[in-house]
Structure formats: structure tokens, C-alpha cells
Ligand binder design. Sequence first.
Ligand code: IMP
Length: 424
Amino acid sequence: MSNTILIGAQWGDEGKGKIIDVLTERADWVVRAQGGNNAGHTVEVGNERFVLHLVPSGILHEGKRCVIGNGVVLDPAGLVEEIRGLEARGFPAAGRLFVSDRAHLVLPYHRSLDARGEALKSASGKIGTTLRGIGPAYGDKMARTGLRTGDLLDPAFPDLLRERIDAHNRTLAALGGEPLDPAAVIAGVEAAIPTLAPLVCDTLPLLHEAAARGEEILFEGAQGVMLDIDLGTYPYVTSSNAVSGGACTGSGFPPNRIDRVVGVLKAYTTRVGEGPFPTELSDADGEALRAAGREFGATTGRPRRCGWFDAVVARHAAMSCGVDGWALTKMDVLDGFDRIKLCVAYELDGLRIDTFPANIRAAARCKPVYEEMPGWKTPLGAIRTFDALPPAAQAYLRRIETLTGVPVRILSLGPRRDQTFDLP
Ligand code: IMP
């Protein structure tokens, strides 16, 4: 039996969806424990491409069961749309998807507040959120004014919702925003209830009983460590815990039952939205990474900022998540480069540092200290063993292991399932 937490080790978009899809072969349950439909996990099955936002990617594997845990914030209309889309493509949710009655709801006023909040910020203060209402929904959760999935089943739900709409309309008006029509909001949310109600339950005993039977549980992290509310580049972060600990608090599954943590690490770095990014490239190399890696957001379609691999970031992820092994993705995107750079440390105000500073203004002043390695200039997409990699690619991978102190256990050299293999 092996219960695994999978996390994104950079700023999200590391290729988690694809690795989760591969690891799901061995799992019985796949659990989302944080984030909401700000995530976009892309999985290619045969010639079909799926982008999942809330539903764990285990749904694409027959017989696997999926849980949306208490730590997720859930947009009811968004989830219904996703469920219908999956059903239409032959992946029904009934009996396979279970939604925690403790998961908080993302409601239309959260989206309005997200948009209004971003609009009011100065150009340099904008976070560049996905505008899915994630921050305001977690804000309500922490302020203890949120509504939860279980509330959808309560006869008092329309009254509870109306109360919240009135309160949020006052905030929206104070911010110069458009108040929402309470009747329309209530009708919209109520329309989702018939689809969601049969899926909502207490997911805690489900997971505990599954573990007691020796079934394997895979926790599917969303976003990445550098977007974690506590350990990321605050305030340019999302509003949940993307580190491994978030899998436990976000599902009610205890840390002492976790057997391993897999960190998904892209062979270079990307970021969507604002905030410091020491190895960002605004030159032809950055453009080449974006084009070769098809680096456009799965949720928002925004072009991703691209840069070289950053070992400071990877070490930060290894430390904060207890990563046992990396799943290294998209190394094939570097196929065309003559020389490849790796950031091994930063220079901050004339001093060399090898950890990521908490102070965001200091982080913005960090200059990468690079090492350069020769490129392999060979397509890697058809390779299936470490030994078959060109020596320069082997050296690049080994250097990442040395710089981070964590072995690469899984290597992914393309978007398809069959382009991923284990390393000895
Ligand atoms: P929010 O989560 O919509 O509040 O956005 C906060 C920050 O996290 C922004 O920079 C987003 O671009 C980023 N973000 C949120 N979800 C993801 C994701 O799944 N992948 C990459 N970036 C994300």
C-alpha cells in the first residue's frame, strides 16, 4: 500500500495532470484537496485532450474513485459544467465522484469581488489572478462567513445565500462595482443542486475506510509551491496551501498515513500572473521556450512567462514538501537549445544566497547565478530509458538531482501517457 501526495514544485503548470494520470494506474482513489477551478490539469488520452479544473483526473480511468476534499473551493456551476462535459465524453461521475460536504462554495459574488479587487489595484499591485473568485472564497472561509457544499442540501440554503449576497453587494457597491441580482444568483446556484446533491457526502470515512482496506490514495496537488499562501511569493500567490501539508488539511487524511511525496518539476520554469520570477527570460530564448513548450494557460489561455530552470525554487519545494522524488517533465522542450542554463543561486544586493527570500521586494532584486551546460540537440520524444538519453541530457538531469538533493524518479518527454517512464 502506498499513499502518495503529488505537488507542483514551481509556479504551477509543471505538467501535474499528466503525471497524475500516469500514477493513477496504480492508485484506487484520486483526491483533490486544495484550490478550485483556477487549476487546469491537461491530460492527453489517445488522440483526445482533456482539461480538468475541479474533478480529479482519476475520473478518466475506469473504476478509480475520486474525491473533492474539504480544502477545495468549489464553483457549483463550474463543477456541473465539468461533470456534464465529462459525461458527454463517456466518463460519468455517478458512483465515482464524491464531494466533501465541508468544501467551501465559490459563488458569483466572489468572482465579482475578485475582478473588482484586481481592477482597483495599481498596475504593479495586481496579482494577475485567474478571476475565478478563489481569493474571495477562501477569504470568506477564513473570516468564517463562507457557505459550504453541505449547505446546498439544507432547506435554509436560499435564505443563507440571500443574506450573503446582500452583505457582498454592500461591499461591491463600496468598491464601485455592480451589485448582483439576488434572485438570479439564487436561481443559478439552485440549478446546480440536482446534479451535485447525490455526490455530496462526508468524504472522511470514505478515505479512512479505503486506507484500512489497503487501497491506494493519490493526492492531486494543484498550483505549485511558489503559489502557496504561506510558503510562496506572497502576496503574488493563490489563497490555498499548495505544499504537501495541504493534502492532509484539505482532505482530513492524516500525515502519518502518507508514504511518499512526488514533486513535479518542469525542466525549465514558467509562471502565469504577476510577481517575482528571477530566471525569467524576455528574449528569444524565452520565446523559444514558450513556443516549444506550448506555454499558454490551460484555464485562462494567457501566455506564460518562461525562464531557465531554478534550483533555488526546486530546493524550496523539496524542503517545504519533503519531496522523495521528482517527476521531471518537458525536458524534450529543451531539445533545440545549443546551451542550457541552470540557476544555482541568487545574487542579492551583492551577496550570494541559496534560499528564496520571504521579502517580495528582495525577491524581485534577486539576480540568477547561472551555470551553463551544452544542449543535446536531439529529439527526446521517442526515448524510453535513461541509458538511451544523449549524454548531455543525462548530465542535465543528474545536475538537477545534485543541485536539489532529490532523485528524479519519473521522466516525461512528451504530452502522451506512453512518453513517461520510471527511472531506476
Ligand atoms: P488565483 O488562484 O486565481 O487567485 O490566482 C493567484 C495567482 O495564482 C495568479 O498568479 C494565477 O495566475 C496563479 N494560479 C492560480 N492557479 C494556477 C494554476 O493552476 N496554474 C498556474 N498558476 C495559477
